[in-house]
Design a protein around this ligand. Structure first.
Ligand SMILES: Cc1cc2nc3c(=O)[nH]c(=O)nc-3n(C[C@H](O)[C@H](O)[C@H](O)COP(=O)(O)OP(=O)(O)OC[C@H]3O[C@@H](n4cnc5c(N)ncnc54)[C@H](O)[C@@H]3O)c2cc1C
Length: 119
């Protein structure tokens, strides 16, 4: 973070629990200019109000490009089951019915209620 805010490319990185591993890179080469400008302004603004937020050990891990499934499994609107496999209830993000934690939870709850209600 300190390199990013100082406009310097990082040559080394501190330790991280991010299991795929990290490679130093300049976010200026990853995002368009208006995005890095907004990121710098936002991070600095929070750093001005929150002590130690801009910390030499803080790592910026990017880019997260997709969080939602690009496909949607078919499911009957009444039974919520797959039309091709009775008893299979496509649900949540992987099946294409959610795009985040809350929508995945709500979709799961809806499926559970439908199963409890019976055929
Ligand atoms: C890096 C990242 C950041 C995110 N940040 C946010 C955020 O800030 N806010 C937000 O709202 N959402 C965020 N999301 C999205 C959110 O995590 C998902 O939308 C949500 O977890 C989907 O819930 P789910 O139950 O549908 O799927 P999952 O949480 O993926 O659960 C699927 C489960 O099925 C299990 N499974 C898979 N295959 C099998 C199998 N064959 N047999 C048995 N079990 C199996 C998996 O082990 C897993 O436990 C983020 C996602 C990622 C990747």
């Amino acid at each position: 973070m300190t390199d990013f805010l100082g406009g310097r490319p990082s040559s080394t990185l501190g330790s991280s629990s991010y299991r795929p591993g990290l490679t130093p890179a300049s976010l200026d080469d990853v995002f368009p200019g208006f995005v890095v400008a907004a990121l710098r302004e936002g991070l600095q603004s929070v750093g001005n109000r929150m002590r130690r937020f801009v910390h030499p050990d803080a790592l910026l891990i990017a880019a997260e490009t997709r969080t939602s499934s690009p496909v949607r499994l078919l499911r009957d609107t009444e039974t919520l089951q797959s039309p091709g496999a009775a008893g299979l209830y496509p649900a949540g993000e992987g099946a294409g019915y959610a795009g985040g934690i809350v929508s995945a939870a709500l979709d799961g709850a809806r499926i559970a209620e439908r199963i409890v209600a019976g055929p």
